[in-house]
Design a protein around this ligand. Structure first.
Ligand code: DOR
Ligand code: ZN
Length: 343
């Protein structure tokens, strides 16, 4: 008989954009409803580069999300990243990890790193204190085709980082290609990857389906079908190196539907149901819990969550839009019906 409900350990989101102010207040509850903890991306304006800024941001998130949700903060690495500040924030329990944005690679990455050699002292310190490096894995060289930027990043940057810092823990964030899936699967234990729901559901055709579809635009951009299938295979493989990271990245409707639409998909409202439908389609329901609730925590060396949540079979239609900050957000799967509901 078909599985009617699934009870699993409370999950975590290992890659989340919550923004700040009114937007934070609008979006945080969607994540808090599903997840016990989330790795919070630091690409605010200005970016979160100091312990004081991270600690204050953490308080604002706690206030917006309510009790029962723990924000795990990250440091935004710049060319000037200070090893001392990284170590202090890590020791004080503020920073769980640090994020590498190659300068210009994505939203609010202008203050990112212009050359990986510039952060060698920071990486050296992170390696020593056991602080993971989270990477937006795309080169920014305009001569490289946008669909190839992730694969080229592996050769030009990531391979060298793993070689030069042989004890550094690295999370290859939001992988989108067969190249990345294979590289992570075949790499050392200290290398893992997060996977978003959109890269499991959509290929790049979705961006051009009957017209230009800004709500299917994110970075790294969606890839060919063969890459989607490889990323799906990695997610459901049972390997502890792959775990849930939504990369939910809200931008108001007007900022998406524009002559220069922002990159980012707001998938928080039905994230778990979205992942679950993929595991069901792949006949891998028994591997869902590890992917959403334990692989990430085990990689980070954090305790597993107490308590459980229940997902039940039910037809749920995702709203066309949701209110936020005096305007609206268009969620991932808007107007579609999903087969599961969080009880
Ligand atoms: O699509 C994306 N949106 N990719 C990123 O890397 C950043 C994010 C954002 O902050 O909007
Ligand atoms: Zn992101």
């Amino acid at each position: 008989m078909e599985t009617q409900s699934l009870t699993i350990r409370r999950p975590d989101d290992w890659h989340l954009h919550l923004r700040d102010g009114d937007m934070l207040a609008a979006v945080a509850p969607y994540s808090a409803r599903q997840f016990a903890r989330a790795i919070i991306m630091p690409n605010l304006v200005p970016p979160v580069t100091t312990v004081a800024a991270a600690s204050a941001y953490r308080e604002r998130i706690r206030a917006a999300a309510g009790p029962g949700f723990e924000p795990l903060m990250t440091c935004y690495l710049t060319d000037e990243a200070s090893p001392g500040e990284l170590e202090r924030g890590h020791a004080e329990g503020v920073w769980v990890a640090a994020k590498l944005y190659p300068a210009g690679a994505t939203t609010n990455s202008a203050s990112g790193v212009t050359d990986i050699r510039n952060i060698a002292p920071a990486l050296e310190r992170m390696q020593r204190i056991g602080m993971p490096l989270l990477v937006h894995g795309e080169v920014t060289d305009p001569a490289i085709d946008i669909f190839d930027r992730e694969a080229v990043f592996i050769d030009r940057v990531l391979t060298g980082v793993l070689r030069d810092f042989p004890a550094l823990k690295v999370v290859f964030e939001h992988i989108t290609t067969a190249d990345a899936a294979q590289f992570v699967a075949g790499g050392p234990k200290r290398l893992a990857a997060t996977i978003t729901p959109q890269h499991l559901h959509l290929s790049r055709n979705a961006i051009f389906a009957g017209g230009l579809r800004p709500h299917a635009y994110c970075l790294p951009v969606l890839k060919r079908e063969r890459h989607r299938l490889a990323v799906r295979a990695a997610a459901v493989s049972g390997s502890p190196k792959f775990f849930l990271g939504t990369d939910s990245a809200p931008h108001l409707r007007a900022a998406k539907e524009s002559g220069c639409g922002c990159a980012g998909i707001f998938n928080a409202p039905h994230a778990l149901e979205s992942y679950l439908s993929v595991f069901e389609e792949e006949g891998a329901l028994e591997r869902f819990e590890a992917f959403v609730s334990s692989n990430g925590a085990l990689f980070y060396g954090l305790p597993l969550n107490e308590g459980t949540i229940r997902l039940e079979r039910a037809a749920v239609t995702v709203p066309e839009q949701l209110p936020a900050a005096g305007s609206t957000l268009v969620p991932f799967h808007a107007g579609e019906t999903l087969g599961w509901r969080l009880a």
